[in-house]
Design a protein around this ligand. Sequence first.
Ligand code: AMP
Length: 364
Amino acid sequence: MKTIGIIGGGQLGLMIAEQAAVLGARTVCLDPSADAPAFRVCDDHIVAAFDDAAALEELCRRSDAVTYEFENVPGEILIPLTERYNIPQGYRPLFDSQDRIREKTNARDNGLRVPRFAEVHDRESLMKGIFEIGYPCVFKTRTLGYDGHGQAVIRTPEDIARAESYLGVPAILEEFVPFDYEASIVMVNDGERIVSFPIGQNIHRDGILDLCIVPAPRMDDAVRARLVEQSEAFMRRCGYTGILAIEYFVKGGELYFNEMAPRPHNSGHYTIEGCTTNQFRELCRYLLGEPLQEPQLVAPTVMKNILGQDLEAAERIAAENRPGVHVHLYGKSVSKPKRKMGHITFVGMTAGEYDARWRGRFVE
Ligand code: AMP
C-alpha cells in the first residue's frame, strides 16, 4: 500500500486524503494546527510549521510521493527535499506562482495574454505605474495575497490613498480588465497526457469565489476550445506535471490570464459529484503513478461556497438530504464570516434554477 504525503491540512488536504482512500492509498499530512480539517481523514499526521525542515523531511520519509496544498512552502526547505524524495511536481510551479510579478511574467513568456502590469515598491513607482497603465487599475501585494486580500481598485486619484496603506511591501499594479465573466480550468498532466476538467464560470463575492457554474453559461464552444488548448500548451511549455489550475478573465473572445495554482482549486470542487472523476482523485492517480482518467461532466452543476455566514443555512440544507444536493462541511473549529467552511454541489442544476430555488436560502 502506497502513502501520499500532503503538505497542508486544510480542506484541500482533506479532500485529497478522501480520494486517496478511494484509490486504496494511505495519507500522512503535515499542518501547524492540531485540529486541521484533513487530520480527521488522513491515516497519520504531523503537527509542525511549514518552515520546519526536520518535520517536512519526516513527512517525506513516511511517504512514497509528496504533494502540497499550501502554496507558500519556502524554497530553501522544499528544493533540497525534492532532490532526495519523490515530490514529483517539484518546486518550480510553486516558485512561479508565489509572486504575482513572476507569475504574470512567466504566463506572458509562455504564450498567455496577461493584463498590463507594473512593479510597485513605493509612492513614486505607484504614481509612475498609474501614469503608464491609466485608470482604473488594480493594486495588489505581490506575495501572500489570496481571496482579494491586500488589493485595492484605483478608479480616481482619490483612491490612491487606499493603496498607500499597503505601500512598504512589494506590490503590482494591473490594468483593470472590464471582463464579461471569470472562468477557470483544472488540468492534470502525467508527463505524457493531460486531462482537463470541464471549465467553470466563476462568480466572486467580496473577492472570494461564491459560485462556480458548469458548463460556463456565457462561454461559446470556440472560446472554450481555445481556453483548453492554450492552457494545456502553457502547462507543457512550462514543463509542469501534476495538477494546475488557471483562472482567466474573459472579455469578448479575449482570455486574460489572472492567476494559477499548482494544487487542487476551489472552482474544481464541483468535480467530486459533478464529473465521472474529480480533481483530487486524478492528482492522486498522478502521485501513485496510475493511468489518468478522462473526466466527463455528469450533468449541469452549480457549486456554492459556504463561508462562515452561510454555515447555518448549509447545515439546514444538509439535514434535508435532497437528491443531487451534496453538502461538504470541512469541520473547521472556528467559523468566521469570510472563512471557507464548506461547499455545496448541486448536480443537475443550471444557474437559472439555482437562482430561483436556492439563492434565497443564503445571506446576500
Ligand atoms: P485575485 O486575487 O488576483 O484573483 O483577485 C480577486 C478578484 O478581484 C478576481 O477574481 C477579480 O474578480 C478581481 N480582479 C483582480 N484583478 C483584476 C483586474 N486586473 N481587473 C479586474 N478585476 C480584477
